[in-house]
Design a protein. Sequence first.
Lengths: 275, 266
Amino acid sequence: MGVPVTTSAKLRLERVGKRYAVAGAPDTVAIDEFSLDVRQGEFLVIVGPSGCGKTTVLNVLAGLDTPTSGTVAIDDRLVTAPGPDRGVMFQDYALFPWQTVQGNVEFGLRYGPAGAGLDREAREQRVRRTIELVGLAGSETKYPHQLSGGMRQRVALARLMANEPEVLLMDEPLAALDAQTRIILQDEMLRIWGQDRPPSERRTVVFITHAIDEAVFLADRVAVMTAHPGRLKVVVDIPLSRPRSDATRALPQFQALTQQIWSLIRDEAYRAAVA
Amino acid sequence: MTTALDVHAERWWSAAGVGLLLPIALLITWQVLGTAVGTPRTPLPVNILKAAAAMIASGDLPAALLQSLGRVFGGFLLAAMLAIPLGLLMGYSRSAERNLDPLVETFRPIAAIAILPLAILWLGTGTSAAVAIVGYAAFFPLIVNAVAGAKHVNPTLLRAAATMGLDRMTTIRTVVIPAALPSIGVGLRIAMGVGWTAIVAAELAVGAKAGGGGSGGIGQMMFVFYAYSIELNRIIVCMIAVGLVALLLDRMLRALMRKLMPWASP
């Protein structure tokens, strides 16, 4: 069944707006009146046409951008800055080129508050476990430039998971990969997130993509956005059972949901493509 | 039978051979023309070789080079210790840059040799003046490249560090400085070259005041051959030595950087 209903949201965006001043022109409105609750342990995916402000929503949740109106809260505490409780996976992975795979995965534990209270041995053990979890065992001493796109993506995921943040914020992490690697990593993503575990033990995820099938495959709920200004159009429940696998992609229900979300953004996507 | 190794060696030799063809042709032309139309004082490749052999055998040339190299390293290290931290600060902090940049840019066009009069008046004609001049010359390429390195850190990396909760000092230590290292490395290479140029010029200029021999460095040695004994062949040996040492220093620095920054040279 779906996610249990909780009264209090893990993340709450309340009438959030973000405007950018543009010299000699009206302000650019990235997002406007954006309200959304993300529940504890749910996998929420945001889709929308390019330029709809998806990344802005994520940055505001991360505390990397400050909203110009409205409020953002995690566990009912206001978000004002980035923090180790919210881990971010960036579109271009943002790996440190001077660190090996091991060094990248270890980075937050070694230099940030996530590693407080861990001695060297405990830290190395967690790093080793995480590297194994994402399937990078044997590549520990390689540098990012020696890895394929798919492997870099795994390093970024491992770095995120090693810090054990309460919330995982992912900005189109699979966008730069080829179609096959992408499907494999969608499966991996769910495995690593822990879709086999009961919902109460899962981490809260906000995941951004422009691929609708990816959204349906991964999500408990899909938030559909529209552009200019970026607004929340509708939130679609994805009642597909977990664990999901390749068989899920073949279900008629999967196709129907994909079609339904496509129909919600089709007109706008066409307009954006022509413009 | 030809093995792969032989083929490799053969290719290497033929590549090196092609590269050496022009210089050898030029040397032969020089020798022939010089013998045919030159005066007895015209420096010729064969005589230069003889002079070089004599200068190396007497120990004068190695001693002079070592003397100059010591001064270069001294000035280079002093400049690096000052310029790199300052440059990183300027690259990272906008207010530091606003305050320091006009100062740096005002002094930068003043050639190292132009501060020689002051250096001599304050520090004399010995090693400390030479070190000061090298330090001055090396300072600018070091600081300019350190600023550029710290300024052009990929902003996403800084954001990544922020989301992992790193404080400011830790971010500088673990993100800004490593990201700036390749640029700092470029600064070190340029500074080493500039420092070497400056030392020769400085020693040449103060050469007349001090005694002869190797104690005054390579520049002073050249000055003595120019002003007192008028030995063109030996002057040219000095010039070649200066060039070869510069090449060697650069190759050594490059090798060091490759070793220290395996990620920067894929």
